[in-house]
Design a binder for this molecule. Structure first.
Ligand code: NAD
Length: 540
């Protein structure tokens, strides 16, 4: 095993390793042994997992280790992909897509149903693998796999409902209609925090609309992506379809960059930070490709003086502490009416103190570790900057470096008190830090909500219908997700998911998001035998 690890080649991989935990060389692969049945069920080995699938399992890139954020032990190793692997895989997806696009849409639905059933069969072990590799608690790991199952059911429904319009033609003896055909290949680049669901949303909708997919997952969650691809591979095989239809190339940013720049990736669905998404958007635009950008959020939850405070407190706890603050929709800013600030904060302080931080597989644990040691540095840096600006920590604030938490990436869920004009509230820190502030009028609260660069999710707690309609109206929240009396996180797949401004403007999942995976054809058919021109033009 040690000799394999020393095959690690690139500087980025080595720095990644050092940043994680330099003492892991001396440890055994105990995480693997402890959860052997999970790995066996999912076809994951300790070493030599091939990180590329294009109809065959292969990999010609670096060998990288995947870590358990609970103790920074190596879980397993993966031979990742390179840009050469990507080059071959993109051709293989295109070949498979030529066959797939000719399959009637309801028949595509049958294949999605097989995929759905395969995922149901693997729900528990795959959810466990998510918990082990990403670090979220088991119910959330399982919930993430459930999201993929849900979107496959949704896509199965769509397979009987993908409709275009018939449009009245202004010319006699003419028919005008819209067709929605696949674009080709959807390149899916995903973030570490939803290692299953983000791929699932894109995969299900891309497939039902007749596309193939090429997945480049986050470099730190390769095992989950291999396990998912194996499940999908088996489902495609059952229907005698070319399995390269859903290809996988694991690897680092270089593979991502190559995928973004490649014209064979007709759609690039990118989920990640605003910083990277900005570059991705430019490159795809330059080649007139289509991008779906799902970038960073800086989500606020407003608590008015006309709501059930207990309900609000429960929602805030889940929204700010769930997934250890590592959801794009995590509540990062709590904007509270000045008259209810003290009682709400008292409730939250009590609740925060009861949150059990620990191993995400342990029952009763609500907050697992951060995904990497780098994220722990983000946590401490954010709190240092907060103090420099005059902010105050009101709960939490410590890295947990004692007992069994010592070797993991554990931090205390934290609440701060800030002024709304502080710089610290402008940025997304992807850790469990909630900045609290007060407001006087509804207009002021909405202004605070909107006065950041990002526009993903938002929520208000109120029982006043007039407030609700202002909030969802033209002078209300400027986000893509606008909730009332529920947390900012935990979206259902039936709605379109995504955000405005620096969140990128993309929409995935439900509603009419499927249209983004299609080319729209406006077809005018002349059955009159004459040639009347539009706008009554007489051309000779
Ligand atoms: P990241 O931007 O660091 O990485 C995301 C993916 O992009 C990874 O697969 C990475 O390898 C790849 N990548 C890196 N550089 C690239 C480049 N130049 N070209 C192409 N690909 C490149 O993000 P992360 O740290 O994995 O995830 C956290 C971020 O993702 C947060 O900002 C979070 O808000 C955001 N996120 C957004 C949504 C959403 O739906 N809006 C969902 C999940 C996460």
């Amino acid at each position: 095993m040690i000799s394999n690890i020393f095959k690690l080649r690139t500087a980025s991989t080595i720095s990644n390793l050092l940043a994680r935990n330099s003492t892991f060389y001396a440890r055994s692969l105990s995480t693997f042994e402890k959860h052997r049945s999970v790995f066996d069920t999912l076809g994951i080995e300790k070493t030599n997992n091939k990180g590329v699938f294009d109809g065959e399992w292969k990999g010609s890139g670096d060998i990288v280790a995947s870590y358990n954020p609970v103790n920074n032990e190596v879980i397993g190793e993966v031979i990742t992909g390179t840009t050469n692997d990507l080059n071959v895989a993109l051709d293989k997806v295109a070949e498979a897509q030529k066959i797939w696009r000719e399959i009637p849409v309801p028949k595509r639905g049958h294949v999605l149903l097989t995929m759905r059933n395969a995922l149901v069969e693997h729900l528990e072990p795959l959810g466990k693998l998510v918990a082990l590799e990403m670090g979220k608690i088991l119910p959330e790991g399982i919930g993430e796999v459930q999201e993929y199952i849900d979107i496959l059911e949704y896509a199965l429904g769509l397979s009987r409902m993908l409709q275009g319009s018939i449009i009245p033609s202004e010319r006699p003896g003419h028919a005008m209609l819209e067709t929605w055909n696949p674009l080709g290949t959807v390149g899916i680049i995903s973030a570490f925090n939803f290692p299953v669901a983000v791929y699932g949303w894109n995969c299900a909708i891309a497939l039902v609309t007749g596309n193939g997919t090429l997945w480049k997952p986050a470099p730190t969650t390769p095992l989950v992506s291999i396990a998912v691809t194996r499940i999908i591979e088996k489902a495609l095989k059952q229907h005698d379809l070319p399995t390269s239809l859903c290809s996988l190339v694991t690897g680092d940013a270089q593979v991502g960059q190559a995928l973004v720049a490649d014209k064979r990736s007709h759609v690039v669905s990118f989920t990640g930070s605003t910083h990277v998404g900005r570059q991705v958007g430019k490159v795809v635009q330059e080649r007139f490709g289509r991008s779906i950008l799902e970038l960073g959020g800086n989500n606020a939850l407003i608590v008015t003086d006309e709501c059930d405070l207990d309900l609000a407190a429960r929602a805030v706890l889940f929204a700010a502490v769930g997934t250890a603050g590592q959801r794009c929709t995590t509540t990062r800013r709590l904007i509270v009416h000045e008259s209810v600030y003290d009682p709400l904060i008292e409730k939250l302080k009590k609740a925060y103190q009861q949150v059990k931080v620990g191993d995400p597989l342990e029952e009763g644990v609500l907050c697992g570790p951060l995904h990497t040691k780098e994220a722990v540095h983000v946590y401490t840096n954010t709190l240092n900057k907060l103090k420099e600006e005059g902010g105050e920590i009101i709960v939490g604030g410590r890295v947990l470096d004692h007992g069994s938490l010592k070797s993991g990436n554990f931090v205390e869920p934290t609440m701060t008190r800030v002024r709304p004009d502080m710089k610290i509230v402008q940025n997304e820190s992807f850790v469990p830090i909630l900045h609290t502030m007060t407001y006087k009028t509804l207009e002021e609260a909405i202004y605070f909500n909107n006065n950041v660069a990002q526009g993903l999710s938002s929520s208000i707690f109120t029982n006043n219908p007039s407030t609700i309609f202002k909030w969802i109206g033209p002078s209300g929240s400027d986000c893509g997700i606008i909730n009332v009396n529920i947390p900012t996180n935990g979206a259902e797949i039936g709605g379109a998911f995504g955000g405005e401004k620096e969140t990128g403007g993309g929409r995935e999942s439900g509603s009419d998001s499927w249209k983004q995976y299609c080319r729209r054809g406006t077809c005018t058919i002349n059955y009159s035998g004459a040639l009347p021109l539009a706008q009554g033009i007489n051309f000779g």
